[in-house]
Design a protein. Structure first.
Length: 95
């Protein structure tokens, strides 16, 4: 199911809003993906810049999605996969 890019005030009855509790978050090889728990279909995929082919550790807490890979920490919007912030963790990991 594709996410709607229409403004929040527009209502498209064919597009059902994303419910976070319906998603499964997977992190691998420098990417994070959100899958529909029922069908397994991919809702979105986000590349974590400058992490290479690294293992991705995920944490979903209080409606927020965090990822760490290659010594870099990220916060992502769990509904869209958009990167909200990045911290290169200078002095830790690879940063």
């Amino acid at each position: 199911m594709a996410l709607s890019t229409a403004p929040a005030c527009a209502i498209d009855p064919a597009v059902r809003p994303v419910r976070i509790e319906e998603l499964l978050f997977i992190g691998t090889h420098g990417y994070v993906a959100a899958l529909d728990q029922r069908s397994g279909s991919e809702r979105w995929r986000a590349s974590l810049p400058d992490t290479g082919y690294s293992i991705v550790t995920l944490l979903f807490e209080e409606g927020r999605l965090f990822a760490a890979s290659g010594g870099i920490a990220f916060a992502l919007d769990p509904e869209s996969g958009k990167i909200l912030w990045r911290n290169d963790l200078k002095g830790l990991g690879n940063g």
